[in-house]
Design a protein around this ligand. Structure first.
Ligand code: ADP
Length: 232
């Protein structure tokens, strides 16, 4: 059904999924599907989905599975994901989402699940210093700000602290990760799809590790199309 690379990036909040997915998306020309970015865009645009989702996002709670599944199903039906595949960031996040997604994808299957592993102490430090572009979602931090006045280097949007990066909402999200999302690691490991990559190094080092995993998979005859364009 989807004749390209089908990748999932797993990892705690602050593990670096968004940062790395942006790099991977450019390098492998893969559509980056971030359910968090989609939901924040819906909240900003005040769509019916956004109006419903807002209270969950503010509290750091999970949006109901059927709502997220419908949103992802709509996105997978677009031309770019049909021809190129996808890089999923922030989804699936529960066993029910993973089950629903398997059904949605049939007869295709996931190629690889990349699990970015980072200790909790480090993700907490990253989350409190995280800043994001309100328009394109580019990720910065207080130690690596945009070049000019908290204006996004890529799109000129305002770079701000996310409303759900409060101490309380962060704690709730990390607890939900342990109870709802962590079981997915064992699920994909049992299927032989999981590769663990340390997310502790610099963004460039982590990107090199991820690229090496994907290139090795690809050279083993993993995905179609076999030779994605190189981007420097
Ligand atoms: P983080 O990984 O820091 O929590 P995300 O941008 O991935 O950030 O998600 C932000 C919020 O969007 C979550 O706290 C949750 O409310 C909602 N969300 C995103 N993805 C999902 C999902 N797959 N299922 C349920 N809720 C989701």
């Amino acid at each position: 059904m989807v004749p390209g690379a089908r990748l999932i990036v797993l990892g705690k909040q602050g593990a670096g999924k968004g940062t790395q997915c942006m790099r991977l998306s450019r390098r492998y020309v893969l559509p980056h599907i971030s359910t968090g970015d989609m939901l924040r865009a819906a909240v900003k645009a005040r769509t019916p989905l956004g109006l419903e989702a807002r209270r969950y996002l503010d509290a750091g709670d999970l949006i109901p599975d059927e709502v997220v599944l419908a949103m992802v199903a709509g996105r997978l039906d677009q031309d770019d994901t049909r021809t190129r595949g996808f890089l999923l960031d922030g989804f699936p996040r529960t066993v029910a989402q993973a089950d629903g997604f398997d059904e949605l994808l049939k007869p295709a299957v996931i190629d690889l699940v990349l699990n970015l592993v980072v200790p909790t102490g480090l993700v907490l430090a990253r989350l409190v210093s995280r800043r994001v572009c309100e328009d394109c979602g580019a990720i910065y931090s207080t130690s690596t700000p945009p070049k000019l006045n908290w204006t996004c280097d890529f799109c000129g949007g305002d770079v701000v602290q996310r409303e759900d990066d409060t101490e309380e909402a962060i704690k709730n999200r990390l607890d939900l990760y342990d109870s709802s999302t962590a079981p997915l690691v064992a699920r994909y490991e049992a299927l032989g799809k999981l590769v663990e990559v340390s997310g502790e190094g610099s963004p460039g080092d982590v990107a090199n590790s991820l690229n090496a995993v994907i290139d090795a998979y690809q050279h083993g005859g993993g995905f179609f199309p076999p030779t994605p364009p190189e981007h420097s």
